[in-house]
Design a protein around this ligand. Structure first.
Ligand SMILES: [Zn+2]
Length: 65
């Protein structure tokens, strides 16, 4: 994806790798130097460095803003 894209809270992203629960999509809970994410399938929460997040994202699924 374009490195200049903005990560918006509430947006849902599809990742390149499947979560162990079987889900692919994550909702952004918090943005900043780290990105807070919640799996939309199992509701597990994680934090990723922005750079890691950007490298793992495949596509924006939905932008709620
Ligand atoms: Zn999950």
């Amino acid at each position: 994806m374009n490195p200049a894209w903005e990560v918006a809270e509430g947006s849902v992203y599809r990742m390149r790798r499947q979560h162990p629960c079987g889900g692919w999509e994550w909702r952004v809970l918090r943005t900043g130097a780290d990105i807070g994410l919640e799996c939309t399938t199992c509701q597990r929460r994680v934090e990723l460095e922005r750079r890691k997040f950007e490298s793992r994202v495949k596509a924006l699924v939905r932008n709620d803003q």
